[in-house]
Design a protein around this ligand. Sequence first.
Ligand code: NG1
Ligand code: ZN
Length: 528
Amino acid sequence: MDLDALTKHAAFYAKPDGLILQYGTAGFRTKAEHLDHVMFRMGLLAVLRSKQTKSTIGVMVTASHNPEEDNGVKLVDPLGEMLAPSWEEHATCLANSEDQNLQSVLMDISEKVAVNLHQDAFVVIGRDTRPSSEKLSQSVIDGVTVLGGQVHDYGLLTTPQLHYMVYCRNTSGQYGEATTEGYYKKLSKAFVELTGQAFCSGDDHRKLKVDCANGIGALKLGEMKPYFSQGLSVQLFNDGSGGKLNYYCGADFVKTHQKPPQGIEMKSNERCCSFDGDADRIVYYYQDVDGHFHLLDGDKIATLISSFLKELVLEIGESLNIGVVQTAYANGSSTRYLEEVVKVPVYCTKTGVKHLHHKAQEFDIGVYFEANGHGTVLFSKAAETKIKQLAKELEDKKSKAAKMLENVIDLFNQATGDAISDMLVIEAVLALKGLTIQQWDALYTDLPNRQLKVKVADRQVISTTDAERQAVKPPGLQEAINDLVKKYKLSRAFVRPSGTEDIVRVYAEADSQESADSLAYEVSLAVF
Ligand code: NG1
Ligand code: ZN
């Protein structure tokens, strides 16, 4: 390690006085102008992680659905997964160390994780379309190179594309080719093959309007469109030509406000969807003939996909176990529908994709979605082998189902939730089952719900258990929530400190919107 070079370069990335940041569920996130030193340091950390794992590590510069002025960074582990939790602590420690201690903190981490400093390091970098992202990704590159690591800068990428690249590179290309073209071809081939047998009644079935949140999704979906155009025609809105990122548009806006984004022309009953700012989340929606807005969120997506997978698994007659993973924010109706109608076991984990992803890995087929539209489906190696083998056998109903599953495996991003990949899966399932968005929506009715944000002096005074559904601290809070919940029918409520904002989130659902609103309000008063 060239410590002189490190000191020299570090001088360009002074830490603002008193700034303390935490590597949370989405990495580091704050105003872009405060992030230069964090980016440089994450370049350093990525080198250590790469040396330790003897693998390629990814660094993504994005703040997802946050306002355009924000930015953020997260590291991607060897199999395209989120950074291991023990390393989140190292990241926090390194980001917050005072400038003069940088070297010693770095050495401490190297010792703790037993890094062989002579090992080669390779880091790949991607960034979203924020005005600050290019300069910030240069700071990451500087951090990597100053420690002697090699870099491949992919430039503009969606977050899930970077995860895909990392996964491909660490599995000797077996998962796919580590280029955007490789990604487009792999997914499009699977999509076109999967939808090949679908009966489409009219051209409208193949049309989809996509709100790209004025983000990276517009660019990448635009590039990819020609590859799958024989199966689906997408029309892009909020494509970044003039509009501001995530401003009155995108998946997060649509989900939180439960209304259509600005900048999209919606005719009644037309199928529309929204990506978030880095294209790892997706929600669907339509407006009915009476002008009512209908949102089909991550829970509806999980339901549609789980039913489809369950049918295919029954058809191939193999005992592959399916598990669905949700969080406490999943609408109670979706959980009931999955358990009672689809008849699949449902599990609840803490908020944050890494928790869901981890749980989903326990099954042959693990479906996971957050209500906000972030999710994917994971297939175990054993399941994949079995499916591939069955797909090769004689032409019959069984092998046809296995072939479909084979394409489904290729179509889902196995590294992380991916708006483009999920969109293609949903479009394929709708086409194959001949479902309209209205029929999909009608599978079950969401329980009315309300989410509120509460500002408190210190959100950490609240701690939770049971996958965040019960508050253990402060004393008396859970009892107060229990008493309030008893006042309403079909009700449920919980509170938890946000992992990405300085607030406490309150969630309530009940038999009517008025009751859900009033329960959420009463619970928020109990939080103070
Ligand atoms: P927090 O702020 O911890 O609630 C939010 C989302 C998560 C996840 C992360 C990361 C909700 C209620 N929470 O976390 O689901 O997506 O951001 O982006 O939507
Ligand atoms: Zn995102």
